[in-house]
Structure formats: structure tokens, C-alpha cells
Design a protein around this ligand. Structure first.
Ligand code: PLP
Length: 365
């Protein structure tokens, strides 16, 4: 297996591209992407193509039925200038699970590696190297067949988009407990990374923003008592000095960042617990002082401290130690992700050697 070749027109587009002076988060698109089609029961060769609109049939299963899944991951600039990836095996396993859940073909580990490797190597000059900066990568998979009968497609497109991104260091966020609407159902697709989950979160999120908050905090879809997560980030509470995060429930998305922080915290001698967390017990713990801090975590924001948690009726609880533990964990995680300290967890892999990358991605857990 070799990385895909870059044709002359794509090379020209890369040569003409310049990083903006101020790198934003999530809006600056790299000028090329990886694209491949699944048809006739197999994956066709992939290629690097200009980043542009793609033809999508208006009656496609992607547009009509939401047959779409994606991933969010990052390539970092190594000390030697080459790109490396952080735990891409976790993203591949989750991407495979999402694909199966929506009856789409799995992208084989070797093909996933080829896409990530060829794209990040072609864009190596545009992997920003400042603290918290990276080339954000967005693998995307969707159904192409036009049909109004509800059944799966036979043709699919696999894209990997790239976005030079700065750290998403916002001010500490304010979250609103969402008591009415639910992001995902038990037995539904909440544990997979599929676009429909986000569509289902938009209205409630807009409502919470209109009430002066930044993000909705979702509760479990069965009784609305246990905390699940935010719309694109997992949730962590610091209680009696340990970190506590909701256990996988079948309807929350298990983040790579969540898993990494649990392992990192344990390694730092901090108690790290994955368990059911009742919202009402948590609010009592904040009032009594047992819970000193809350934060959210995900690939984009890495770690986002939470300043306050509130209800739609205006009640609000401020946190005592905003950023204390979370900033320490964020810095430790960034040190590993950026290759500033030894990778004792075996989480980092170079992007250039595609066969090694494929082995890393397919390795058993
Ligand atoms: C992607 C995502 C997360 C964070 O996952 P990471 O792998 O850490 O980026 C959390 N919740 C939802 C709903 C997500 O889609």
C-alpha cells in the first residue's frame, strides 16, 4: 500500500494556499480533501481533490434520510516538523460502529490510514504548530443512492476534510440543564457519531443561548435524571478532588478525549470514575461544596471549563474552582498530543508511514 499520488493541478492548489494570519477554529478549510466512492460492492481508489462542492443527488439517502456519519480528529506538528496523529485507532473503531449502525460499509483500517496519511502529508506545511493548534480532520461517510423508499444505499462517498485550527480556548462556558427535549433515545443513535444527533440538538441549544447560556446539558432519555453530556462534548465533575464522568449509557457518545483524561488523571494519582451522575445529587454537591468544578471535553475544545450551570427558570449555580483541575489536565493532555513529553500511553503515531499507521489503527485494544 502506498499513499495516493498528488496530481499537478492539486499540487498547484496546495502551493497557492496560504494560512490566514489569524487561524480560527472550524471555519478555515484546507484547499484539498480526500475522496473515495464505494460502488459495485467495493471501495474504489481514493484521490486527493480540490476542496469544493460535491455532487449529491437531491433524492440521496444522505439528504433524505440522514444516512451520514463522521469523525473529528487532529494531526499535530511533531518536533521534527512531520505530522502525527493522536489515537486514530479510537476514531476508526467509532467510525466503523457509526457506519454499521446506519447500514453503511466500514472504511477498512488500511484505507482510513491511506486517507489520513496522504491528506496530512500533502498539507504538512499547513499544520499549525502553536500551542493547541493542529490540522483538524473530519472523516465523513454518506449514502448516495436516490430513492424515496426507506432503505439503505448501495453507493457511498467517503471524504476526509481538513481544517487548520487554533486552540478553541473560549472563556469558561455556562451550561443550561435541558429538562424538556432529549438529544438521543436509548436504543437510538446517541452512542454513534452521526449528523442526525446534532440536528436533534439545535433547537434546544438555540433556546439555551437565548436564555444567556452557551450549551445545553443533556439528561438521560429514560427518566431525565442522570447527566449524559453536552451537544458535542462529554461532561466531567470534580467531586471530593476526583474526576467523575457519566458512564456510557447507550445514548451518550464516548469521546476519545473523555477516555484519555480518565487514563491521564489516574496516572497523575487523581481518582477517576465513570458512573451514573444524578443531576439533582450533583446540584446538592455543588451547594455543599463537595463538587468544586465542572468542565466539558472533546477533540475540538480539548477541555472547556464550566463557570456556571443553570435552569431555564433562571436558577443558577456558580462553581468555586473554575479551571483549577481542568486546566492542569488540559495542559498535560496537550503536552502528550503535541509530542512535548514522552508518550508513555502509546497514543501518538506518525502519519507519514502509511503501513505503520494502518497497523496502529487496526491494532486490538
Ligand atoms: C465528538 C463528540 C464528543 C467528543 O468526542 P471526542 O472523541 O473526545 O472528540 C462528545 N459528544 C458528542 C455528542 C460528540 O459528537
Amino acid at each position: 500500500m502506498t499513499a495516493v499520488e498528488i496530481d499537478a493541478s492539486v499540487a498547484d492548489i496546495i502551493a497557492a494556499y496560504k494560512l490566514p494570519d489569524e487561524i480560527p477554529f472550524g471555519t478555515e478549510m484546507a484547499p484539498i480533501m480526500f475522496s473515495a466512492e464505494f460502488s459495485d460492492g467495493t471501495w474504489q481508489p481514493g484521490e486527493l481533490v480540490p476542496f469544493a462542492d460535491v455532487p449529491v443527488n437531491p433524492a440521496s439517502t444522505a439528504l433524505q434520510f440522514g444516512q451520514q456519519a463522521f469523525e473529528g480528529m487532529k494531526a499535530y506538528k511533531s518536533v521534527d516538523g512531520t505530522p502525527h496523529l493522536f489515537r486514530p485507532d479510537m476514531n476508526w473503531r467509532r467510525f466503523s460502529r457509526s457506519a454499521k449502525r446506519l447500514r453503511m460499509p466500514v472504511v477498512p483500517a488500511s484505507f482510513f490510514a491511506e486517507a489520513l496519511s496522504s491528506l496530512s502529508v500533502a498539507l504538512v506545511a499547513f499544520v499549525p504548530g502553536g500551542r493547541g493548534q493542529s490540522l483538524y480532520l473530519r472523516p465523513t461517510l454518506f449514502g448516495l443512492d436516490p430513492q424515496f423508499a426507506v432503505k439503505g444505499s448501495k453507493r457511498f462517498r467517503f471524504l476526509v476534510l481538513a481544517s487548520p485550527a487554533d486552540a478553541y480556548y473560549s472563556d469558561p462556558i455556562r451550561v443550561m440543564i435541558e429538562r424538556e427535549s432529549r438529544r438521543a433515545a436509548r436504543g437510538g443513535t446517541g452512542a454513534e457519531k452521526v449528523g442526525g444527533n446534532y440536528a436533534a440538538s439545535l433547537q434546544a441549544n438555540e433556546n439555551c443561548v437565548s436564555l444567556g447560556f452557551d450549551q445545553s446539558l443533556w439528561l438521560d432519555p429514560v427518566v431525565g435524571e442522570n447527566i449524559e453530556e453536552l451537544s458535542a462534548m462529554n461532561f466531567v465533575a470534580v467531586i471530593d478532588g476526583g474526576i467523575h464522568t457519566p458512564a456510557p449509557s447507550g445514548s451518550l457518545l464516548e469521546g476519545v478525549t473523555r477516555d484519555s483524561l480518565l487514563k491521564l488523571a489516574k496516572n497523575l494519582g487523581i481518582e477517576a470514575v465513570s458512573r451514573e451522575i444524578s443531576i439533582n445529587v450533583l446540584l446538592n454537591d455543588i451547594e455543599s461544596g463537595r463538587c468544586s468544578e465542572l468542565f466539558a471535553c472533546g477533540t475540538g475544545a480539548i477541555v472547556a471549563p464550566i463557570a456556571a450551570i443553570g435552569e431555564a427558570d433562571g436558577r443558577e449555580w456558580s462553581l468555586r474552582d473554575v479551571g483549577c483541575m481542568s486546566v492542569r489536565l488540559r495542559e498535560s493532555l496537550l503536552d502528550i498530543q503535541e509530542g512535548k513529553v514522552e508518550d508513555s500511553f502509546d497514543w501518538i503515531v506518525a502519519a507519514a508511514k502509511v503501513n505503520d499507521l494502518a497497523k496502529f489503527i487496526a491494532r486490538p485494544r
